[in-house]
Ligand binder design. Structure first.
Ligand code: PEP
Ligand code: MG
Length: 895
């Protein structure tokens, strides 16, 4: 029996009139927007009254074949009655009509992804009531035609362009160029044509009944939870489909009732760089969506901002001094109350201020850091809270290159610095093309007149975005900042000719495919690819990282094998190397010939001869790595991939190798064929190579220890090599490898006369290894979970081929996330938990780490904290992300 039949479920929560049924803590039930409207209302701020239909109603709707809960109609009617009482207006009443907005509002904000309907309740009769009440027929008709267009698009699924064409026809006929040139009577004619078009298209008239309109809009908001762009956004931001969206129904206030009316958006601090100054835009005589849509150029809120931008149009502070004063104090109240930077929407209706939304504002990583560090310094939040305020994955934005200040800048145009960082790529003009090119590994810059939510996949695929229109809070700017893409918006000089595949700017022409660069921090658009530089990791970044380091328990190491990787890793704060894949050293141009000779050898003697040629290179590699790491632990994994990977594949390649090495081409080819495996991932790789050709691992162990002794003798910090065996499955395998390692080490140490410390361990990459961890621990002093292979072998899904079908699994909700990106905590995670338990039971001080890709994924890091691993290891660029994620995981564990 459904729950709501047992207890009378509550699906509707009211707000307004200085009180509310809900509050800010009820985001899960009321969605972010609904919860904050309730909170603002309870704070006594001017919020137009309304009510919220809960996210649970949406969940119920989808769980019950798209049926509303039985009590919903009755509760909505009661909610509406309360709004009528507070406003003194009546829904559907001809003389004194209540008009409402119907908006989505999920638990996590999903800007622009779902649907909204404004001015609902207007029809052929109520529009006359609105005209009388407002004393402005033109305004009333303009509102009605906007409503018809919006409702038809969102609820009735009719295309916008149908209405735009009708409007353009009227403008042509009347010879006017802007909407404001149309009179009330002109709009009346447009409305007539709009309604006729709807009726023609649908075979029934545009709905006149306010109740029918209301339920149509509620259904459309629920439906928009499942539209493609909402699904894409959820996938990108890990928002579960099961959350559902709330619906907010709120009495309308009008920013388009003449010159004492306005609408705008504001951030309590600058969301781009974090400066502690009110920041935002507004438009006089405009309705809500006009600001974000980028149709008109908005004005600054403050005088200072206007002067800095060099704008002529007055700021809100100058144009509406009194309301601005009130607004400023409301905004300050909100930031103090929420203890975080707020993103606010407001409307001024004939001189009266209304707050329409507040939420914690989206911000760039740079701004997030500055705001967190500043607020901690201001004493508003603690250092630990500051650590929790920055999304670990967003740090990626700070690790992007910027243009070298000494590079020549061929600036071709300038727009607004909408999202920081610099990006170079090929010009593309549409989002599908951007996605396609990116899938082929190309870097692209998406160039658009303006973007809409339909462009989200293209923006995601692009390195950077340029728009010709729109302000700092336009769709492009907001979304790019959220995604960490560089963006230059409102580059008005850029004339885009999409059909011709080119844009022109100041007498120059740029075609699709040409390389350009944008600097999202200055707004510059540059020709070509100027030299970039790596980011400086000082200032707020360093401060927050040091706070993170104070609270985390997990150590953070890097996966690195080249000197450059190792240096980068240290610069980012790595506390050692958790995985040095030695095969990368074998691929190097300078030694591949000797490697090929080794593989082709007929017997052990031949192999040893070739290995002797490789050994000095290996030793030199390790000397360099140990020198850079200055005594920090370095885990070196012995050779892992199948041998045939080192061989040339085509006949032409074989000829080339034969020539370069002097080896016989026919023999080379025969050996390559012999080495070919049907299933190399499960074939002759990992420690299986070390078991069948022990001389390879012997050479490697010797090189590692000789290098370590050399460093120790030179008086530098003595390295602590951790010698790691890959793909071990059985205790007996581990014992064989341990003996091999110790035997060679003993010989080297005797030769060198030192007592250098080293440890021997294993990767855990196979379910059997996890299950029999105690057997392995008998001879392994450390385990490193190789979760790339462990995921592959647990699921039986090839890590190289998964891309072809995992998308379908994610679309169908079978996987929430790609298990190769974010750890499958139930399955693979269970094996890790079990191995940790069994390993520790057999050897209490066994050191535990993770070195698969998951070591840099915040959700997986949180799992590692829970299981009590000692460290995570990830690619150098992810080290700061891992440090912060580890700190947040430690804070979460403290509760
Ligand atoms: C792993 O399998 O997780 C691992 C780190 O090793 P590789 O990716 O080199 O197979
Ligand atoms: Mg592996």
């Amino acid at each position: 029996m459904p729950v709501e039949t047992l207890t009378k479920a509550r699906w509707v929560y009211a707000f307004g009139g200085g009180g509310a049924d809900g509050d800010a803590s009820m985001k899960n039930l009321l969605g972010g927007k609904g919860a904050n409207l309730a909170e603002m209302s309870a704070l006594g701020l001017p919020v137009p009254p309304g009510f919220t239909i809960t996210t649970e109603a949406c969940v119920h709707y989808y769980a019950n074949g798209k049926q509303y809960p039985t009590e919903l109609a009755e509760q909505v009617a009661a909610g509406l009655a309360k709004v009528e009482e507070l406003t003194g207006k009546t829904f559907g009443d001809v003389a004194n009509p209540l008009l409402v907005s119907v908006r989505s509002g999920a638990r996590a904000s999903m800007p622009g992804m779902m649907d909204t309907v404004l001015n609902l309740g207007l029809n052929d009769e109520t529009v006359e009531g609105l005209a009388k009440l407002s004393g402005d027929r033109r305004f009333a008709y303009d509102s009605y035609r906007r409503f018809i267009q919006m409702y038809s698009n969102v609820v009735l699924n009719l295309e916008h362009h149908m209405f735009e064409e009708i409007l353009d026809d009227h403008k042509d006929r009347l010879d006017v160029h802007v909407d404001t040139g149309l009179t009330a009577d002109d709009w009346a004619e447009v409305i007539k044509d709009y309604k006729a078009a709807v009726s023609d298209y649908l075979g029934k008239p545009f709905p006149q009944d306010a109740q029918e309109q209301l339920w149509g809009a509620v259904g459309a908001v629920f439906a928009s939870w499942m539209n493609d762009r909402a699904k894409f956004y959820r996938r990108m931001h890990d928002i579960p489909e099961s959350w559902g969206t709330a619906v907010n129904i709120q009495s309308m206030v009008f920013g388009n009732m003449g010159d004492t009316s306005a609408t705008g958006v504001a951030f309590t601090r600058n969301p781009s760089n974090g400066d502690n100054r009110l920041y935002g835009e507004f438009l006089i005589n405009a309705q809500g969506e006009d600001v974000v849509a980028g149709i008109r150029t908005p004005q600054s809120l403050t005088k200072v901002a206007r002067e800095e931008m060099g704008d002529v149009a007055p700021s809100m502070e100058e144009a509406m001094a009194e309301v601005f004063g009130q607004f400023k104090s409301v905004v300050e109240t909100l930031e103090r109350h929420y203890r975080d930077m707020q993103d606010i929407e407001f409307t001024v209706e004939q001189g009266k201020l209304y707050m329409l939304q507040t939420r914690s504002g989206k911000r760039t990583a740079k701004a997030a850091l500055k705001i967190a560090v500043d607020m901690a310094a201001e004493g508003v939040i603690s250092k630990e809270e500051a650590v929790g305020r920055v999304e670990p994955a967003s740090l990626d934005q700070l690790l992007h290159p910027t243009i070298d200040p000494t590079a020549h800048r061929d600036v071709v145009a300038k727009g607004l610095p909408a999202s920081p960082g610099a990006a170079t790529g090929k010009i593309v003009f549409d989002s599908d093309a951007a996605e396609k090119a990116a899938a082929n590994g190309e870097s692209v810059i998406l160039v658009r007149e303006e973007t809409s939510p339909e462009d989200i996949h293209g923006m995601h695929a692009a390195r950077g975005i340029i728009t010709a229109r729109g302000g700092m809070t336009s769709h492009a700017a907001v979304v790019a900042r959220g995604m960490g893409r560089a963006c230059v918006s409102g580059a008005g000089d850029v004339a885009i000719f999409e059909k011709e595949g080119l844009f022109r700017v100041r007498g120059r022409e740029f075609k699709a495919g040409e390389i350009i660069t944008i600097d999202g921090s200055t707004g510059d658009i540059l020709a070509g690819a100027p030299k970039m530089i790596e980011p400086e990791l000082t200032g707020d970044f360093a401060t927050l990282m040091s706070w993170a380091d104070q609270v985390r328990r997990l150590k953070v190491r890097a996966n690195a094998e080249t000197p450059l990787d190792a240096k980068t890793a240290r610069q980012f704060g790595a506390e050692g190397i958790g995985l040095c894949r030695t095969e990368h050293m074998f691929f190097d141009d300078t030694r591949i010939a000797a490697v090929r000779e080794m593989i082709l050898a007929d017997d052990e003697k031949g192999r040893r001869t070739a290995l002797a040629k490789i050994a000095p290179f290996q030793k030199a590699d390790f000397v360099e790595l140990f020198t850079i790491m200055e005594g920090l632990p370095v885990t070196i994994r012995l050779l892992d991939p199948p041998l045939h990977e080192f061989l040339p594949h085509t006949e032409e390649d074989v000829q080339a190798v034969a020539q370069a090495t002097g080896l016989d081409a026919a023999k080379l080819l025969r050996r390559a064929k012999e080495l070919h495996e049907t299933n190399p991932m499960l074939g002759h790789r990992g420690c299986r190579l070390g078991v069948s050709y022990p001389e390879i691992y012997e050479m490697q162990v010797r090189a590692i220890l000789e290098a370590a002794c050399e460093i120790a003798k030179s008086g530098k910090a003595a390295p602590v090599p951790e010698i790691m065996h890959p793909l071990v499955a059985k205790g007996e395998e581990m014992k064989y490898l341990r003996d091999l390692t110790d035997r060679v080490a003993k010989a080297v140490l005797e030769e060198q006369g030192g007592d250098l410390k080293y440890t021997v361990g294993t990767m855990i990459e196979l379910p059997r290894a996890a299950l029999r961890a105690a057997d392995l621990a008998a001879n392994a002093e450390f385990f490193s979970f190789g979760t790339n292979d462990l995921t592959q072998t647990t699921f039986g899904i090839s890590r190289d081929d998964a891309g072809k079908f995992l998308g379908a699994y994610i679309d169908k909700g079978i996987f929430e996330k790609d298990p190769f990106v974010s750890l499958d905590q139930d399955g693979v995670g269970d094996l890790i938990r079990l191995a940790a338990e069994r390993g520790r039971a057999a050897r209490p001080d066994v050191k535990l780490g993770i070195c698969g890709e998951h070591g840099g994924d915040p959700a997986s890091i949180s799992f590692c904290e829970k299981v009590g691993l000692d460290y995570v290891s990830c690619s150098p660029y992810r080290v700061p992300i891992a440090r912060l994620a580890a700190a947040q995981a430690a804070l979460a564990a403290k509760g």
